[in-house]
Design a protein around this ligand. Structure first.
Ligand code: NAD
Length: 484
């Protein structure tokens, strides 16, 4: 059914708004979720006119429609307001425009604020929305914010406190775009809709779980941001731990946001918090250096634009988490994420135990692989008999894997997230309790590394990370399971 809502996008001239937000809103428009009763106010510092803003929005959706009239009908709902986030007067102007559009488009006072800007502005914006009475309490009022949510437990707490002075937790939607991905949602389906997996989902049958978020690209034009962050904060604190908690959680009472959240938080709480010494043992880092790969010359991280020449920022992390509860005691969760790796791929490997087999030789471990990006699907390696007259065990792979774009119905992550925010469904957003626990776990690793001045391990661009990453598993008698 058509939604009634006024969106206000802070950071409307930015990269995120053009690449993700406008195309996602347009997809919702094409599906009829947005039709007559919606309006969008774009704000940023630049002095744009409505017409110019509409041209920008039009350009951002050009690949999604050949129907010029439809695209124009959509962009006619967009309005631009030049705005500096710390200028109170600008919020008064915003309020007037918002009220005018609310009555023109009959949005019932429903408002969604999307903060596509640096997090240092979030608190300031929230405070002004309240003090300048942009928030009216007439309809639903929700705020959607992008990562990163803080840079440590203390900065995240500060940020959260400033938002919570204005919004309830139920009104705050913290994006973790991997949670919006279809396949992450299907992790739950694979686990809980299949007795053959659900029955085996514990330390009794699972040897270890591996989560890889590999990127083939380098830092591109985001060196300025990335150099102040690094892979640990950029990927492990949020995406990787979210996926881990979905894999490790107990079965929720119901498949709804609150029930799933409760179980995810419990799983995160059960992850062992390391001492600094243990963190150094269990986590390794690396930085990519120049190399030739696939016929191409790649520069090293320190030569990337806007990256310090002597940067010690890690572009790769591998680590081991342990979960101290009955289900997972003794099962390591290995995680890794990095830039400039051999190939792009987000996947989960559930490696089953392989006790010595009295009947056959060469029996391989069963591995359930869940592919998240760029292909979606799963595969299961099983042991079969090699064709022919002899008797040899032959591992084979049952696979269902398709290109995420292939079916055309795999909704873009931001589209799902917008729809969820419109419906007040927080299942695919991260909650404060999760962010808080994730920071507690990550801060220890960061502190351990920051107090260690030894050389940063290197890895050649195009490889799967530094040698230390392979050694991390080798010392446990295991190896990364990664097949093309
Ligand atoms: P950007 O630099 O392209 O855009 C920032 C926007 O903020 C611009 O519209 C700018 O005009 C506006 N702005 C800056 N200072 C302002 C001020 N004082 N008053 C009013 N407006 C001001 O950044 P981006 O890449 O669009 O990213 C926005 C946020 O989203 C960041 O927090 C980033 O970490 C996060 N993010 C971006 C991406 C992405 O794909 N670009 C992905 C994940 C997260």
């Amino acid at each position: 059914m058509e939604k009634q809502v006024l969106f206000t996008i802070f950071g409307a001239t930015g990269d995120l708004a053009s690449r993700k937000l406008y195309p996602s809103l347009f997809r919702l428009f094409k599906r009829g979720e947005l039709a007559e009763n919606f309006a969008v106010i774009g704000t940023a510092r630049r002095p744009w006119t409505d017409d110019y803003y509409r041209e920008i929005v039009l350009a951002s959706i050009s690949s999604l429609s050949n129907d010029k009239r439809q695209a124009e009908l959509f962009t006619n709902h967009f309005y631009y307001q030049s705005h500096d986030v710390s200028d109170s007067g600008h919020y008064a102007t915003l309020k007037v425009l918002g009220e005018k559009l609310a009555s023109q488009y009959q949005t019932r006072g429903n408002q969604i604020f999307f903060l596509a800007m640096a997090p240092r502005f979030f608190g300031n914006i929230a405070q002004h929305l309240k003090s300048e009475k942009v928030l009216t309490g007439k309809g639903f009022e929700r705020i959607v914010i992008e990562k990163p949510f803080g840079e440590s437990l203390s900065t995240a707490t500060e940020l959260n406190d400033s938002l919570r002075q204005v919004f309830d937790e139920s009104q705050i939607f913290r994006i973790d775009h991997y949670l919006g991905k279809e396949m992450i949602q299907s992790v739950s389906a694979v686990r809980f809709a299949n007795p053959i997996f659900e029955a085996l989902w514990s330390n009794q049958y699972i040897d270890n779980i591996q989560i890889t978020f590999a990127e083939a690209i380098g830092v591109e034009d985001r060196g300025g941001y990335y150099d102040g962050s690094g892979a640990l904060k950029d990927m492990i604190q949020n995406h990787v731990l979210q996926v881990l908690s979905l894999l490790a959680m107990e079965k929720p009472v119901k498949f709804d946001g609150d029930s799933i959240l409760a179980e995810k938080v419990k799983a995160l709480q059960a992850i062992r918090k390391y001492s600094h010494e243990e963190a150094k043992e269990s986590f390794i880092r690396g930085q990519y250096v120049s190399a030739k790969f696939d016929g191409q010359d790649f520069i090293g991280y320190r030569s990337e634009p806007k990256v310090a020449e002597d940067s010690r920022t890690e572009t790769f992390v591998a680590g081991k988490f342990l979960i101290d509860n009955e289900r997972w005691a003794g099962v390591p969760f290995y995680v890794r994420s990095g830039k400039r790796l051999t190939e792009k791929g987000t996947r989960i490997n559930v490696v089953f135990k392989n006790e010595s087999n009295p009947l056959f030789e060469n029996v391989q471990q069963n591995v359930l692989t869940i592919y998240i990006q760029p292909t979606e699907g799963f595969s299961l390696t099983v042991n079969g008999k090699q064709a022919g007259s002899g008797f040899e065990i032959d591992p084979l792979r049952l696979a269902f894997r398709h290109d995420a774009e292939y079916f055309g119905n795999s909704p873009e992550a931001y589209e799902t997230l917008f729809l969820d925010a419109l419906n007040g469904n927080s299942m695919n957003f991260s909650h404060w309790e999760e962010a808080k626990r994730a920071w507690e776990l990550i801060d220890v690793v960061r502190e351990a590394w920051d107090s260690d001045s030894s050389e940063l391990p290197e890895y050649p661009a195009g490889s799967m990370g530094p040698i230390a990453s392979f050694k991390l598993l080798e010392k446990d008698g295991r190896s990364w399971n990664w097949k093309p």
